[in-house]
Design a protein around this ligand. Structure first.
Ligand code: AMP
Length: 142
């Protein structure tokens, strides 16, 4: 497996070199909205420590990402009136990974509404800003 590339797009977001629709941050994780959501409120949970994917992340960082993913899922249920949550996580190109900094997709679902294909459509900035605000508020009150 190749090594970690510090110039991947999520590394740039983590360093503050590129913007994101942030919904949560702690000492070990950053959480922001996917700009090409597969469903409204699609969120990504990243460890701050450099890790390409599940195969090289430390067990502690992975456990923390899982804890935060649960926190986000619960907040999505409250914020968006979701009926369920889909979790996805891809490893290496053959596993469907496109951005090579570990991230867990936390995707709110409505009954009977299929997910869009990956990277189908860029969401409007206003919509993303509004969803990030709603989700942050639900996390803070959760
Ligand atoms: P994957 O590596 O297959 O898990 O896919 C990467 C995900 O990152 C896709 O769902 C993209 O829509 C998403 N994505 C790509 N660039 C950005 C960005 N600048 N901000 C937020 N999400 C992004």
């Amino acid at each position: 497996m190749p090594g970690y590339d510090p110039n991947n797009i999520f590394a740039k977001i983590l360093r503050g070199e590129l913007p994101c629709y942030k919904v949560y941050e702690d000492d070990k994780t950053l959480v922001f909205l996917d700009i090409m959501p597969r469903a409204a409120g699609h969120t990504l949970v990243l460890p701050k420590a450099p890790a390409r994917n599940l195969l090289d992340v430390s067990a502690d960082d992975l456990a923390h990402v899982a804890k935060v993913a649960q926190k986000i899922a619960k907040a999505q249920m409250a914020a968006f009136g979701s009926d369920g949550i889909t979790i996805q996580q891809f490893n290496e190109g053959a596993g469907g990974q496109v951005v090579f900094h570990l991230h867990v997709h936390v995707i709110p679902r409505k009954a009977g509404v299929p997910m869009k294909p990956p990277a189908a459509e860029k969401e409007k900035p206003d919509t993303l800003a509004e969803q990030a605000k709603k989700l942050s508020a639900a996390i803070a009150s959760g």
